[in-house]
Ligand binder design. Sequence first.
Ligand code: ACM
Length: 263
Amino acid sequence: MQIAYIQTFPLFGEKEMNFREVLNLTCTLKTDLLILPELFATGYTFASKEETTEMGEFPGEETTHFLQLLSGKTGGIVVAGFVEKEGDTIYNSAMIVADSEIIGIYRKLHLFNKEKLWFSPGNKPPKVYRVRGVNIGIMICFDWIFPEVTRSLALQGAQIIAHPSNLVMPHCQAAMVTRCIENRVFSITANRIGTEKRGEDEFIFTGMSQITSTRGEILSSAPGDKTYVGIARIDPFQALNKKINPYNDLLADRRIQGNLLID
Ligand code: ACM
C-alpha cells in the first residue's frame, strides 16, 4: 500500500488559493491514502468566534467537494482538517473521504491554546474507519500529547493513524515514534509550514511532517520550511501483529485487571 502526505503553506482565509496549492502539489500523485494538514483550507490563527463561524462549513459544502475531487484525482482515500459547523457549534475536525463518499468526521478532542476560544471540543470518541480493507484512525495535532488517543484507536484495531496537524511545539515528531512503537501502528503526521501573525498572536509552524512505521522507523521526513510531498510504501498487515516476542503482546499484556492500571 502506498501512503502519502502533503506539507502545505496555507494563506489565512484564502480557501481558493489553498485548494490550488494542494492541486499543484498533487498534480501527478497517485496514492492509496493521502493526508493533508489540520485546517488546510482556512489557515489556523483565528481571532474570533465570528471568523470560525464565517469560514466554517457543514459537511457537503466547498471543502468536502474539493476533497472528493482530490480523492478522485489521486485515486486514494483522503483525510484532511477543516472547520466544521453543526448548527451554531464549531469544531476543529478532520474528514475522511473516499471517492465521492464522506466516510467519517473526527472532531479534535484536545484543543490547543486559544483554539479553546474559537472551537468546541470534540464530543465523540475517536473511531476507526474500515476503508478498502484497511483500518484507519484519525487524530488531530495536539492529540499527540495525550497517549490515550492513539491507544484508543489501536485498541479499536487501527492499522494507520492519520494525523492532520498544525504543529508549533518541537516534540511531536519524536513522540510519534513512541506512539507507533507502543501501539504497533503506522502514523502519518501531515504538518504545515510558515508563520501566521494575526492580531496579538503569531505562530511558527514546524513542518517536518513524518511517516512512522510500526517499529518506530521514520519512513519519510519533510523539511521544516518547504512545502513537500512525502510518500512511503507499507504493509498495513504488520500493524495487526502486536506480539514483540513469544511471551509479550503489546495490547494483551496491559495490566488493567484488578484496578492495577486505568483502562
Ligand atoms: C495544534 O494542536 N494545532 C498545535
